[in-house]
Design a protein around this ligand. Structure first.
Ligand code: XBP
Length: 254
């Protein structure tokens, strides 16, 4: 039986549905601004999400879908330049506040703080994207709610590698059994499990057909006191939504 001490959140798809109407739009806008005839449809983007990290995703897309593209002297520099512009555009979108937090996220974050739990983030996306989302969709001071924000290129290998979770644990100075991760994808699940952290899954727009073997709890969203969540696998004790009491109960089983 482990004592629950920290909640570690993934960002894209977990805190907010940022991929289709945020990142994807910013990528396409960047391609257009550079007269590149690359377009990532909703469907194609779902496929490309198998590759985590925006720079890594662009590189994969080029190899897979634009193999005839003339060799660039420095492909990494070109991709990095595009990615910098994409990040700026994405931040503009997020700053409009049009990407709201998912159901139950704000409630659980507030409840966890009240209960003395530590909050952290472990994400593949760039740190500025996290800060902008927290400020504009949660609260102006929300960055300070999190003791650790582990993001982007701080580790060499992105999810599904466990590196970002291992880094977050190291920064938190906690063993994995004292933490719960919140993820929405099979890649995120694999990353958390690789660091021996139990991941609760809230399925998202792009991940609803993925497999989440190894998760103690898979739900459609965290829910609210008056909006029950649907449990897709695992057990939520006697609660109708994901709250601290239910998470503490979950942790008694490991
Ligand atoms: C999601 C990702 C990111 C975003 C794009 O990360 O894979 O790459 O799609 O962000 P997570 P960047 O689910 O771990 O939050 O362009 O900044 O990489």
């Amino acid at each position: 039986m482990a004592e629950l001490k920290a909640l570690i959140f993934d960002v894209d798809g977990t805190l907010a549905e940022t991929e289709r109407d945020g990142h994807r739009i910013a990528f396409n806008e960047t391609f257009k601004n550079h007269q590149l005839d690359w377009f990532w449809s909703d469907e194609l983007y779902g496929e490309l999400l198998a590759v985590t990290g925006g720079k890594e995703r662009m590189k994969f897309y080029l190899q897979r879908y634009q193999p005839k593209l003339p060799q660039l002297d420095d492909l990494d520099a070109f991709i990095a330049m595009l990615h910098k512009e994409k990040t700026a555009l994405y931040n503009q979108i997020v700053a409009t506040g049009q990407l709201p937090l998912r159901l139950g996220i704000k409630r659980l974050l507030l409840e966890a703080q009240q209960a003395g739990l530590t909050l952290a983030i472990a994400t593949t996306t760039s740190p500025e994207n996290v800060a902008t989302l927290l400020q504009h969709s949660l609260a102006p001071d929300a960055v300070s709610w999190f003791r650790v924000i582990a993001a982007g290129d701080v580790v060499p290998a992105k999810k599904p590698a466990p590196d970002i979770y291992n880094y977050a644990l190291q920064q938190l100075d906690l063993p994995p059994e004292n933490c719960i991760a919140f993820e929405d994808t099979a890649n995120g699940l694999k990353s958390a499990l690789g660091a021996k952290i139990h991941p609760v899954i809230t399925i998202s727009y792009y991940s609803q057909n993925e497999q989440f073997t190894g998760s103690p709890l898979v739900v459609d969203h965290l829910g609210e006191a008056d909006i029950p969540c649907n449990v897709l696998s695992g057990q939520l004790n006697s609660s109708s939504y994901v709250n601290v009491a239910a998470l503490r109960h979950l942790a008694t089983s490991w």
